[in-house]
Write a protein that binds this ligand. Sequence first.
Ligand code: PEP
Ligand code: MG
Length: 587
Amino acid sequence: MLTRTGIAVSPGVAISPAMLFGSQEFRIPQRFVSVDAVDSEVSRFQASVATVSDALGENERVAREQLGDQYAAIFSAHRMMLRDPKLNGEIETLIRSKCFSPEFAASRVLRNYAKTLQNLGNAYLAERAADVFDLEKRLLKTLLGEQRPELSHLAEPVVVLAHNLTPGETANLNRDFVKGFATEAGGHTSHTAILAGALEIPAVVGIGKFLADVSAGDVVIIDGNRGEVIIDPDEATIAQYRDSLKQRESESERLAALNTIEARTNDNVRIQVLGNIEFPQEVTQCAKRGADGIGLYRTEFLYLGSDHEPTEEEHYDAYCRVIEEMGDHPVVIRTLDLGADKIPGDIEEFRTKADNPALGLRSIRLSLRHLEQFKTQLRAILRAAVHGHIRIMFPLVTTLLELRRARMILADVIEDLEEEKAEFRREIPVGMMVEVPAAALLAHNFAREVDFFSIGTNDLIQYTMAVDRAEPSVASLYRAGDPSILRLIQMVIDAGRVEGIPVTVCGQMSSDPKFVPLLIGLGIRNVSVTPIAVPEVKDVVRNFSVEDAEQIAKHALSLDVARDVENYLRTELNRLCPDRISGSPDT
Ligand code: PEP
Ligand code: MG
C-alpha cells in the first residue's frame, strides 16, 4: 500500500480499479516521406486538421449544452489554435521542405510550442501547454487512425490515473463509470481542476511522479477531501473507506432532507449559509441544496478559457441567469479578481510578467487600471440588479483611497446610465472583501464606507503567513487555524459590529465544518461556502448554541499554535456532532 499526496481539487472519495490513461505515447512510424508523396501527405494533413476541427466543434456543442458557454469556450479556443494559419504553415513547410511525415512534422511543431510555454517561467502558461499536447494527441490519433482507450466509452467503474488530463478529456469523462481521477501534473488554476469541481468528480492533481508505482487494474482510493491517492490499499483501509462511503451515502440522504430547512443554532439563532460559485450553472446546485443566496460569485471565470473579453451583454446574461434561479435571495457579485493565479488565456493585456503576481497588479488594482472594462462590468451588474437582490463586492481592497476610487467609478457609471435613461437599479449595497491584512487592520475605517464585509480567508492566510496558497512545499504553514488569522478575523467582526455592517466569511475556511462553531462564536452569522458543503454546514450549525460556540472561540483564542487550535476544534466538532460522517476515515 502506497499513499501519495497532491492538491485536492474536488471533494469526495472513489475506490475502483485503476485505468492508466495516456501512458503510452503515440508511436510515429516514419519520419520521412518520399518527394513524390509530399502533395498527397500535405492533403492528408489538411484532412486531419478538418476532422479534428469538426470533433472539437462537436465537443464545443456538447459542452455548451451540458455545461454552458464557459466550458464550450475551452474547445473553441482549441479550434482556433488548430486553425491558426501560422501553425499550419509551419507544419506544411516542414512536410514540403524537409519531407517530414505529417505526424512527425505536427508533433515537432506542437511540442515546440508546448515546451516554449512550459519554459516561460509562468505557472499559468505552463498549464496551457497541456492544451497544446491535447491538440497533438488529437492530430496524431487522426493521422495514425490509432484506437486509444476512450474515456467516454467505458463499461465498468474506474479511477483514471494520468500524467495530465486535458480539458477535453476531463469534459468527456463519463460520470457513470469514472469515479475519480488523479494526475501527476496540474495545479489549482488548470481548466481540468475547475472542470472536476463543476462535474463533482473526486479529484487530486499535482501529485508528482507516481504512475510508475501503479499498474492498470490495481485498486486505488482517491480521497478528494484530503488530497490523497492510496495505491493498492490493504484490506483494512479499503474496509474503512467503504464503510465511510456507505455512511456518507446515507448521510447525504439525511442531509438532503435539510435542503428546505433554515440553518439555526439549537438556541434558534439564524445563520445564513450562502454558496460560492464560479459559473452561472452552479447556481442550480446551490438552489437545490437550500443555499440562502450566493455569497460570492467569482465573475473572473467569465474570462477563463475565453478568447475575447466578455461584452456587457455577456456579463448581463450571466448575472440574470444567477438572479433568476436565486429568486428573492441575495446574490453578491464580486467584480473581476483577475491576476495572480487567475489569468485569462488569450487576452494579452491581463497577462502579467511580474515575478510575484500575487503581490502585483491583480484584482481591484487591475480593474482600476482598465477602467473601460471595469465600467462594462459595473454597467451590467447595475442593469441586472433590476431583476433581483444584487450586491456589488470589490476584491482585494488594500487602501481606503482604492475603495473610494472604485466607488467613484461606480458613481460615474450610474451617471452614464441615468443619462442614457437605461433601466437599472441605483441603490445597490456595495461591500468589499477583507482579504489583505492591511484592510483587516483598518477595518473600522473601511466599515464606515461600505455596506458589508466578506472575509476572504484564502488570501488573508496567504498574505498574513507569507505563503503562496498554491505552493505545496510550504503548505504546512498555510493554516486557517493560525492564531494570527483568528485575531484578524476577530478584528474585522468587531469593526463590523461597532459600525453596524454585516460580515460574511466566504473563504474556504467556512466550508470546513470544524471552523463553523469557531466562526459563529467569534460573531459570524453569515457564511458563504462551496455548493457541495451547503447541507453539511447547515447541519453542523444545528448542533450547538451560540453560547457553546462562544466558549469554543474563547478557548481557541487562548491557544498559540495552529496545530493546537485545529486539534481542539476537531475534538469539539466531534463532541458537538458525535454522529457526523466526514466522508474520509479519521478526519
Ligand atoms: C478568498 O481569498 O478567500 C476568496 C474567497 O477569494 P478567491 O479564493 O477567489 O481568491
Ligand atoms: Mg481572494
